[in-house]
Design a protein around this ligand. Structure first.
Ligand code: CA
Length: 557
């Protein structure tokens, strides 16, 4: 760490309230602002067209330079790397060796260097863990499959309730028979095992055989894998496909995650875990029973989520904060230590710049990013969303190369130094369509104060300046809110961090509000921060607040 915690906290306290300054608050808790990176498409350090770990390290200063006196970095304080272990696919969600780095991405030494550079900057690094299934090319599966090709006639007695039972003499000869679910019939979610009369469970795809998570041996392997990465110093894990651990059985999913959480936290109580449960919120709220810190809040994400709905005007603006109140209390009721994990898009969703059409499209792209970054919890941003990158349809398009620069780029920001962005541009997944970008590349946007990039940067810095945004609870101010305006307070029950009044104008017209109409809002006397989609900012005098179209005003007491 470059900086000691105490001086940073003091600086943070001194700066809170002045609004304009940026500060990375290294508060030692799990409320972060996280940048999701698909390494394959991020930055190529060696000219083979594939992004790599050295490329991420090279561009770390773009994400966070660890220096509070600069405002040239985005200010994220956590990074989530999508899978980095060896895999036969470009996306690497089917792993062949859980304790190695895919050679396309580099080496374990490259990983250690990236981790060390992150920690120097006060940035935590979490990695994707794909424990529902392995690759069909994993040695565990290959050994089991080889054994079965030589041994026809084993009776696995598979049923959906009990899973597979492997005869003792067979498992004595090949322990990996117990690592997966084999059967003699084509059960639901099963695929034929080539060269045999057997079948194996593979819910996603034949190349991704489901691991038998009931097996003590498998659990020992997974424990050793988390041990390995924690030993290298990673700060936590993102759990892939948690609803599929025991497909259709939430109680068993919770039991497994309770075991996993206890296992990881037993080794490092400060480790952070976020789960992917792409399912209705009633279910993923219940998953907090497992003790897992966070689950991605799918209710708010994607083209049909609450964020896009609010920005599009499909629902009254006030539904945003009313929903937040429900979400926050629902999660806290299950686990008071839960940290919500808001996100707006990810690698499985269409890029958000395609959600909005018309002349106000860019304003709406910006406002939506603002709504994501104003949510309490650990807010996640998918790489390239800060540029309004395009990409929809097939998955490859959603994972297009980071748009650092373009042929018509003539200038670049000074802080890039001698970095040649053209050299770092990745080719992207082989089956990707030609994805045409709608907004300029990073180097051009960085020089334009009104760009999406500069808006997102301001929103992250707003979040860093006021710790209450991530850590507080939401209360709607009904007197000020309606179909166009969403006004709410964000406060800590213990008053630890300064409270805020946040007023969002989700309409295309300037709005004027009388804060005197609400006793609660009247307590807020100072306009501290204005997050605007264009040059026009909010103004505040004598309890009258004016917020421009698609603008956000933040007030302190
Ligand atoms: Ca490379």
């Amino acid at each position: 760490m470059k900086k000691l915690l105490l001086p940073v906290l003091i600086i943070a306290i001194l700066l809170s309230g002045c609004g304009k300054s940026k500060t990375n608050i290294n508060i030692d808790d799990k409320y972060r602002t996280t940048y999701e990176i698909f390494v394959y498409s991020f930055y190529d350090s060696n000219g083979d067209g594939v992004g790599d770990l050295k490329g991420v390290t090279k561009m770390l200063d773009y994400i966070n330079d660890g220096d509070d006196s600069t405002d040239t970095d985005l200010g994220f304080d956590e990074i989530w790397l999508m899978p980095i272990s060896p895999s036969p696919t470009y996306h690497k969600y089917d792993v062949t060796d859980y304790c190695q780095i895919d050679p396309e991405y580099g080496t374990l030494e490259d990983f250690d260097e990236l981790l060390s550079e992150c920690h120097k900057r006060g940035v935590r690094l979490i990695i994707d863990t794909v424990f529902n299934h392995s690759s069909s090319e994993h040695p565990w599966f290959k050994e089991a499959a080889d054994y079965l090709r030589d041994h026809p006639g084993i009776d696995f007695k598979y049923s959906e309730d009990t899973g597979s039972t492997v005869p003792e003499d067979a498992i004595a000869e090949c322990r990996y028979l117990g690592y997966y679910n084999f059967s003699n019939d084509k059960a639901r979610g099963f695929e034929p095992l080539a060269g045999t009369d057997y079948f194996y469970e593979a819910r996603f795809w034949s190349g991704m055989p489901d691991l038998n998570l009931d097996s003590d041996e498998v659990r020992q392997e997974l424990s050793a894998i988390t041990d390995f990465w924690l030993g290298r110093g990673v700060d936590g894990f993102r759990l892939d496909a948690t609803t599929s651990y025991y497909t259709g059985n939430d109680l068993e999913n919770i039991e497994f995650m309770t075991w996993l959480n206890d296992t990881v936290k037993g080794k490092n109580p400060d480790a952070y875990i976020v789960g992917e449960a792409w399912v209705n919120s009633a279910t993923y709220h219940k998953y907090y029973e497992s003790g897992i810190d966070s689950f991605f809040d799918f209710d708010y994400a994607g083209s049909e989520g609450i964020i896009a709905g609010t920005v599009r005007g499909n629902s009254p603006a006030v539904r945003y904060s009313d929903s937040l109140m429900e979400t926050e209390s629902s999660i806290a009721a299950v686990n008071p230590d839960a940290v919500n994990a808001p996100f707006y898009t990810n690698h499985d969703m269409a890029r958000s710049s395609g959600y909005y059409t018309g002349s106000a499209g860019q304003d709406k792209v910006k406002l939506a990013e603002g709504l994501n970054l104003l949510m309490a919890g650990n807010a996640f941003v998918y790489y390239g969303e800060e540029l309004g990158m395009k990409g929809s349809g097939k998955d490859e398009n959603k994972r297009a190369p980071m748009y650092w620069t373009a042929d018509d780029s003539t200038e670049k920001p000074k802080w890039l130094g001698d970095t040649d962005l053209k050299e770092g541009m990745c080719d992207g997944p082989k089956d990707m369509d030609d994805v045409k970008m709608k907004y300029p590349p990073m180097d051009q946007q960085a020089l334009d104060p009104d760009s999406i990039y500069n808006y997102v940067k301001k929103a992250v810095h707003l979040r860093n300046t006021y710790p209450v945004i991530a850590r507080g609870t939401t209360t709607t101010i009904p007197e000020l809110s309606d179909s166009d305006i969403c006004a709410f307070t964000r406060e800590m029950a213990d008053g630890k961090y300064e409270s805020l009044l946040i007023v969002i104008n989700a309409s295309g017209e300037e709005k004027t509000l009388d804060l005197g109409s609400s006793a609660e809002a009247s307590k807020y006397k100072k306009l501290a921060f204005s997050l605007n989609t264009s040059e026009a900012g909010s103004s505040f005098a004598k309890k009258t607040l004016t917020v421009p179209a698609y603008g956000i005003a933040v007030l302190t007491k």
